[in-house]
Each structure stands twice: as structure tokens, then as C-alpha cells.
Design a protein. Sequence first.
Length: 88
Amino acid sequence: VEWGKSVGDMFDGEDEERAVKSDEAIPGEDGEYPNLSDTPAKPVVTGDAERDALVAGLAADRQNAQYEQGGRRQSSPPVNALQAAPAD
């Protein structure tokens, strides 16, 4: 059965021979591999006073928020998708 041979070819690894190699170079291929032991310094932990000041500032932002009373604006009035049948 021919279709069985084509399915079997998927699993026997012959695709590697048919793979076409690109002429384009891989970016960064010639460069040095990054040193995984180079990690950034640990971030500075903020103090309680600084953290409390940030929280107070965020709370003040919420208290001073101004909302528009008109609600949501629409650019055009809503259209009734189901029009009534014309009267004869």
C-alpha cells in the first residue's frame, strides 16, 4: 500500500537528508555565548516609610479621581437591527 510507505517515511528519519540548509547566517552565531553566571544585582528593598508614602500617593490618586457624570458617549444613536415590516 503506497500511503503506508509515505506514513512510514515520516518516522524513519529520512527527512534529515532532504532538509534544505539556508545560506543565511544565524544572527549571533559567531559571537560569544553569554555567561550564565553574570546575573544582575539584587534589587534594593524599599523601606517601610518609602512604601507607606507610595501607598498614600496611590490612595490620594483614587480620592482625587474625577469621573464624568454623562456616562458613556456614543458617536451616533443606536440602530434597531430588526426593523418592523412595512404596513400595507
